[in-house]
Design a protein. Sequence first.
Length: 767
Amino acid sequence: MSSISKSRYKDDWLVRALLYYQIIDEELYEELQQRFADSEFFYDVLTGNGYLQPEDIALFVENALKIPSINLDKVRLDPKIIKIIPEEFCRKYWLMPFELHEKYISVACFNPTNLNVESQIEQLTGKYVKTFFASKDQIIKKINEYYNPDKLICSLVKTQKRAPRITVAGVKADKDDTPVVKLVNQIIFEAIEEGASDIHIEPKEEIVSVRYRIDGILRNVMDVPRSLLTTLMSRIKIISNLNIAETRKPQDGKAKIKVDDADIDLRVSILPTSYGEKAVIRILDKRKALVSFEKMGIRGHNREYLEKCFEFKQGMVLVTGPTGSGKSTTLYAAINRVRSTANNILTIEDPIEYRMEGINQVQVNEKAGITFSSALRSFLRQDPDVILVGEIRDKETAEIAIQAALTGHLVLSTLHTNDTFATITRLQDMGIDKIKITESLQAIIAQRLIRRLCPDCKKSIKVNDVDDDLGALFGKLGYKPDIFEAKGCQRCNFSGYKGRIGVYEILLLDSEIKEMINRSVGIREIRKTARKQGFRNLFEDALSLVAEGITDYKEVLRTIHPGSTSDLDIAGTSDAYPSQTAASGPLSSPPVAEEQRRPIEEGVFKDDEKTPTILIVEDSPVARKMIRKIIEKSTNYVTMEAEDGVKALEKIDETKPDLILLDIMMPNMDGYEVLQHLRADVSTSHIPVLILTGLKSPESEIKGFELGADDYLTKPVHKDRLLARINRYLKRPEPAKITIPPEEKFKPAPAPPISEESDEELNLRLV
């Protein structure tokens, strides 16, 4: 114990405690003292060289010394405290106060055994002191954050090769910008430089995360200490003309800034969350308003069809797709194409994203009574040639827009639907008469944005290495593939992608299609007619970009679900393809020989009866493959597949399967709609339908049973439950022939006979 009195470390209390409780022995202590003679703290020797972890020491202090520990990163410090206890005092004694009450003050100390410091704090505050243990590094970090935030902010501000001069309209520019101004300027400038569309400043439990949305994907760029959240939010509110004192309500604002002589508009949204206020800043670069189909990279089939869409002198052209799919950019490109001194172009937008010369743009202002519908009425008295409506949200706006299209104006607008054909249904659901729809509607453009492969690092793939199913699909579509995949480099931030390009599904409504809509012909028939005229869907258009090496298949699947290809056979086989004939590859299984299959239970089907056919309706190729394999390995039933409800109805019409496994959540036509069609048709009303669903709510089951479902299977599908239900419905006798005595109604069905086989054979079959 003699070596304890000779301790030269500043945390001598820790050395004594560890030796006293024999966590370390004197021999190890002497060795460490000699090996790390330059260290001032024994805590650093232990944690820096892996002898003990910080959490081990905190646990030791709690258990041995009975002093609770605290993680300062998970505590919200009271800013009032720093006015009571000086910074010099905190640095001298390695402590940080973090909680202030009427009767006591909570203090985190690196040396919680120093009673002299405790008494000094009581004299300073006049309050009882609650002492907690915290690591030295955490205490230093919090002292820097709260007592000297400017120095901390300066450490976050990067040294730029060229310092951008950012000026904010309406805000006085200071020659000596404060650190927080420099930090916010840096965040905005770097976002603009990297082509971000949005900036997210999001508080979390321990930090504040700064993220940029680049090419549609959020990317984390910086983590800021939580103590700087209020400072950052105040600066953002100042430049966007918001109330800095209001922290409980959402606020929306805007700002105009100039970055290196470029005018940039910012749309700011502040939202209170459980961890504090979150800010999202939308960046609207006016330089991007001068877009054209050429600059957007549109060519070939899409270029030809888009030009046809905007050559109309009257009627309506709708652009559809989810938020962030590039609808506004397409419309701005169209406006740039048609604008001239001979045209009077009026737009009503919410908000006006880009201001354009020669265009009369109106901002929605509901407080002033300017809505889409009210502005449209006024537009009709302004002698317009072209009208752009930012979005059709309700029946009133839709009716006025259609009326404008019917009276000799070209009306351009957007609608939130998944594809072109769903747009027709959506307008009808709004209550628009189908005759007005066909008379006014000239074209529908559905679109998505997918990321381009980085040209500097994309890697070529040999044709022989392409998945068989994908290769068959290219062949069916007539594409000659030159395929690449993402790799990642410094220029694309190691994502493998840089920039985005549009994927389009363009439907021109000619007289034949309009006549079919008027006759209330089903969407499937309209789709077939459109395909004969050159229509191709989103998935096919995206695959053309894969074949050209512009993007990869992985990115296509991320953005566009293959289920949208309702009239396209992904496996490249015939319409009524059984799984035995499907091409090999990851989306299909190889043919299963008859002798490898488990024989059907004897006596159930006669030799002269056909083998039962099961239709699997599921939009996920992986789920279809899994279900098909379960059925084929255990039975000799024939399986067919459909990617969505529309395709399913086509196969049902052609083959009349003996049983249907039907997914509920699918694009184009969901399972409920398919079920309604089946039960309404006499020829299909008897087919057993087993619902596949990930929805575990009673409401979902009740709705399915009300529509005529026979049973439910919850995903992920369990093998034994699936086979038991399939066998139950395929092997049951015709309903008209069933005679069940009353005493037998609730008697369980006998278990099927088990064939004699060895344990090894049984294990192999189950695997």
